[in-house]
Design a protein around this ligand. Sequence first.
Ligand code: GNR
Ligand code: NI
Length: 172
Amino acid sequence: MKLPIILHPDPRLKTSCTPVADVSDALRKLGADMLETMYLAPGIGLAAPQVGIMSRVVVVDCMNGEGDTPRPIVMLNPEVVSRSDETSVYEEGCLSLPDQFADVTRPAEVEVAWMDLDGKANSEVFRGLWATCIQHEIDHLDGKLFIDYLKPLKRQLITRKMKKMKRELARA
Ligand code: GNR
Ligand code: NI
C-alpha cells in the first residue's frame, strides 16, 4: 500500500523517533509499504517519520541506475558506528521537500549497524550515494533535514517556498 508523504514544514519531521523493540507483522507490513512508497515516488530512501510513523525504521535502495539489480534494505534502529574523515559532497533532495536541492557535505564512508526484519543484527560499510542516503535517512529519525546543514538564509528561502507549495496544494 502506498502511503502519503508528509511535506516540510511539519512538527513530525522535527521529532526524534522511538527505537523499535522487536519485529512484528505490523513492522513487516510497514517495511513493505515504505519500500512501495519509496519506489513509486520515486526515491532512493524513505524514513518512517516521513509517513507519520515515529519509529526508527528506514528503507533504502540506491541501485537506481539503468540495468542495476535492485537491493531493497529495511533497517530497524540503524546507527552509524564509525565514519571516515574523508568527506564527499552530493546534491541532496528529499521527498518531504519536492523540487528543492542543495549540496551537502558528509563523511564519505560510514559503518552502519541495524536490525533486519528477521530480528538479526547486521553491519556493513557503505560509501558513495549509499553512505549519503543512509546518513540522510538516519537524520530523519533524529528530526533533522538536509536543509539544516545549509546557511540560515538558504534554509529560510526553501522553507518559504515549501509553505507556498503546501498552501497551493491545500487549495487545489
Ligand atoms: O530520493 C532521495 N534522493 C536523495 C538524493 C540525494 C541524497 C539523499 C536522497 S534521499 C531522497 C529520499 C528521501 O527524502 N529520503 O528521506
Ligand atoms: Ni528525506
